[in-house]
Ligand binder design. Structure first.
Ligand code: HEC
Length: 445
């Protein structure tokens, strides 16, 4: 089967310090003569590097880990979270691949935090603190050049399922743009289960009958074209958001392309939490300062023809495809729902041998992207395989119904199997042109 260009059958088809507060505590020397680690000199650099992207005000973690006061009272809790490797969250098996966004602590860093907590969390000397880390307020990318928001807020009910909600936002770009970084920011984070932002070029026929600037769902559409369009597209994805996912920041010389006059189409999967709410998600964009030498496109390995039997605790679903042309592999973003257990990306060699590029111990509540530390050139003809394992047994604590036969579907009690991956290709190629195999007609999506 050729790689599907698009499809996501829908789907998702498809992330003070106040030196004034400093308090100098007397550092105890342990009986063995070793001085325990102290906050300002030893802990703070680790927290800045590995924790504050989420643990600062306005970000996804429930409490900031910025000042000594923030951290001291939680010393024990922090030591446990890091010793169990629960924090920082990361789900790739260390055996396979190296990833530039791996936030994991080294064994020595973990030991430092544990020893500090054991020593009753001494502050040390505030003079030894590193300078506070600078963050752009409200963003984890540099200050965006443009913020494109859904034009109208979406009203969300207190209870029940919400059909995928779409909103088309014109960019107003008068010229072609190359996107170096982008970040999706929901306004009501707890309601956004995922968001996919698609690029709709001006010559695309996709959802042309749908209204612009107001929310709509597939069932609001009266014509068959738009109903279908709400579930299928070959448009390129700007980026995907799920709780904990990181923003896009492409390597130098690589960028995503947004043609002049494009719209951004927001596909929102909302969930309800017992109280009515409203959301107006936006995407912040930083443009490349010069045209890149490679264009980044997002592809996917998808299988939507599976039935997971009731009670099955290790049900395997796979998808594979060969690359029609050379491409540099950059990153992965696996997507399943509540029964997802493990997700692998492999290269299948000529003799059937398997090389695993990434194995994720899947956690529905932490859908992360995994960026290769060394982007990897794959020749045309390379076969990629995605293998998903599902746990539909009672042992899976997230399982909404172990007695159900589970098929592909939008809602989280249904399942999905999508292995998104980003590749860099020649800058003159788009998804369609990339899929033209030398000497052949394009594969139908
Ligand atoms: C990608 C975002 C992210 C990063 C990075 C991160 N955290 Fe968290 N952290 C969270 C979220 C969200 C929660 C609350 C939900 C949860 O517990 O899963 C949390 C919860 C915690 C808790 C509460 C207890 C617990 O175990 O859930 C502690 C302690 C903690 N984090 C410490 C840290 C430390 C220390 C670091 C850095 C070494 C860190 N976190 C890095 C997002 C993050």
């Amino acid at each position: 089967m050729p790689l599907k260009i698009s499809t996501l059958a829908t789907a998702i088809v498809l992330v003070i310090f106040a030196a004034a507060h400093a308090r100098v505590t007397r550092v105890q020397v342990k009986p063995n003569g070793v001085t325990p680690p102290v906050f300002y000199r030893d802990l703070l650099p680790i927290l800045q590097q590995h924790c504050q992207s989420c643990h600062r005000s306005g970000e996804i973690a429930p409490m900031p880990l910025v000042s000594y006061d923030d951290v001291r009272s939680r010393a024990h809790e922090i030591a446990i979270a890091v010793a169990k490797r629960k924090m920082p969250p990361w789900f790739a098996y260390p055996r396979f691949g190296h990833f530039s966004n791996d936030p994991s602590l080294t064994e020595a860093e973990i030991q430092k935090i544990v020893a500090w907590a054991d020593a009753h969390a001494p502050a040390g000397d505030a003079q030894d603190a590193p300078p506070p880390r600078e963050w752009v307020q409200g963003w984890n990318i540099s200050q965006p050049d443009v913020i494109v928001k859904m034009p109208k807020p979406v009203a969300l009910p207190a209870h029940g399922d919400i059909e995928y909600t779409y909103e088309i936002a014109p960019t107003g770009f008068a010229e072609d743009k190359w996107v170096q970084m982008s970040e999706i920011r929901p306004s009501s984070r707890e309601n956004v289960h995922h968001a996919v932002v698609y690029i709709r070029p001006p010559d695309s026929k996709w959802l042309r009958h749908a209204p612009v600037g107001v929310p709509f769902t597939a069932s609001d559409m009266t014509d068959e074209d738009s109903r279908h369009g709400a579930h299928w597209t070959d448009s390129d994805i700007l980026l995907v958001y799920a709780p904990g996912s990181s923003p896009d920041n492409w390597p130098a010389g690589m960028a995503k392309f947004v043609p002049a006059g494009s719209d951004l189409v927001f596909q929102m999967h909302y969930t309800t939490h017992g109280h009515a709410a409203s959301d107006q998600t936006g995407v912040g964009i930083v443009f490349a300062n010069k045209p890149p030498t490679q264009r980044v496109i997002t592809l996917q390995l998808t299988n939507d023809h599976f039935v997971i039997p009731p009670g099955a605790d290790n049900y395997r679903v796979e998808a594979r495809g060969t690359l029609p042309n050379d491409a540099t592999l950059l990153s992965f973003f696996p997507h399943m729902h509540l029964r997802g257990k493990q997700f692998d990306y492999n290269i299948v060699g000529a003799s059937g041998n398997i090389e695993t590029l990434l194995r994720v111990n899947y956690d529905f509540y932490w859908q992360l992207s995994y960026r290769l530390a060394e982007p990897r050139l794959l020749k045309a003809g390379t076969m990629l395989q995605a293998v998903a394992l599902y746990d539909n047994s009672r042992n899976n604590l997230h399982n909404p119904d172990p007695d159900a036969s589970v098929r592909w579907g939008d809602q989280t009690y249904d399942e999905m199997m999508v292995g998104f991956f980003d590749v860099a290709v020649r800058p003159d190629l788009d998804k369609w042109k990339y899929f033209i195999r030398p000497g052949a007609q394009p594969d139908k999506p």
